[in-house]
Write a protein that binds this ligand. Structure first.
Ligand code: NAD
Length: 316
């Protein structure tokens, strides 16, 4: 390739997307396509001001604009989606539209533009509640228990079908819970909001024993760029996470420590899961990425502490 690679990043103004933009802006021509529903211009402002990145503020549900905007790119990083798993409990069309239909629109725009490579942000939620832990990529049948997870799985299915039908190549990464600066949702974000309102008490959904792998956003972006560069099958599927895990009550403890709050009463709402559709116990088999030659820098507990410090703006 004689020119700088041209990358089209859906959701590039979001939490993870903006960290990807940080990594690619110097070495590639980057176009961010984002409707700014949860993303923020500020997250990528320095690249926009420096003229290194182009932002197109538009929606994935506008197929004509999407197709026109995508023209001339070498690969698409598709990160835009509803990222809040609980939304589906109130609005049952949301994930269908923002996940499944949106991903179909991305793939069709790629097909029409002759763009052959897609990198997709999937999620551990595609597995549902598995009896086998740690769960590896070849586990099946996949039976998600949230509408969010169902839409992620549908996206994987569409990518597989487009890759096989139209000679395209796909990289699917099932992210664990990602944590770090600029996150606008998730457990730490929720806890900080609650503690800012009330220093004395923290409501914790469930009984506090939910335990999941947490991946620092720097590891997340490094991991999927590594996978994109080093795996060359038609369809490349990876768990992207850590083998370790962190209890939600541990997150609460680390957060209150880092916020310097000593007398916080933890109030558990009770029950094994935080909300219907929440998978309370997740363990990731990360050996496939390891065999490819990549490992995260942070364990789950380290990622939680580092991520909390990043969010609070505290140095190392
Ligand atoms: P985010 O909400 O910060 O990012 C999503 C971005 O997509 C936002 O900038 C938003 O404005 C944009 N967007 C949403 N709908 C759009 C639409 N219809 N058209 C155009 N832009 C749209 O969330 P994130 O945490 O950065 O997540 C990025 C991706 O990674 C998502 O697909 C999410 O499902 C996936 N993921 C995230 C995690 C996590 O823990 N954060 C875990 C697993 C998977």
């Amino acid at each position: 390739m004689s020119h700088k690679p041209r990358y089209f990043i859906t959701g590039g103004a979001g939490f993870i997307g903006s960290h990807l933009v940080d990594r690619l802006a110097d070495t590639s021509e980057v176009t961010v396509y984002d409707n700014l529903s949860s993303g923020r211009v500020d997250f990528i402002r320095r690249h926009l001001d420096a003229g290194r990145v182009r932002l197109i503020q538009a929606d994935l549900l506008e197929p004509d604009r999407l197709q026109a905007a995508m023209k001339g790119n070498d690969a698409v990083f598709h990160l835009a989606a509803n990222s809040e798993a609980r939304t589906g409990l109130e609005n049952t069309r949301f994930d269908l539209e923002q996940g499944t239909v949106a991903t179909g629109n991305v793939l069709e725009a790629m097909r029409r533009n002759g763009i052959k490579k897609i990198v997709y942000a999937s999620s551990s939620t595609v597995y549902g509640e598995t009896p086998v832990k740690p769960t590896a990529e070849d586990y099946g049948p996949l039976q998600p228990i949230s509408l969010y997870g169902a839409s992620k799985l549908a996206g994987e299915g569409l990518i597989s079908a487009f890759c096989h039908s139209f000679d395209m190549q796909g990289w699917i990464f099932r992210f664990a819970n990602v944590i770090g600066a600029r996150s606008t949702h998730g457990v730490v974000f929720d806890f900080i909001n609650k503690l800012e309102k009330n220093h004395g008490e923290l409501e914790i959904l469930g009984d506090g024993t939910q335990e999941k792998p947490y991946l620092h956003v720097a590891d997340c972006v490094a991991g999927f760029l590594y996978g994109f560069q080093h795996a060359g099958d038609r369809l490349n599927l990876f768990n992207l996470g850590v083998a370790s895990s962190t209890r939600v009550s541990t997150i609460a403890r680390i957060l209150t420590e880092e916020m310097g709050l000593r007398e916080v009463a933890f109030k558990f709402t009770g029950g094994k899961r935080g909300w219907p559709g929440d998978v309370p116990q997740v363990r990731y088999d990360t050996s496939k990425m390891e065999k490819l030659g990549w490992q995260p820098e942070y364990t789950s507990d380290e990622a939680v502490r580092r991520g909390i410090k990043d969010i609070l703006g505290k140095p190392g």
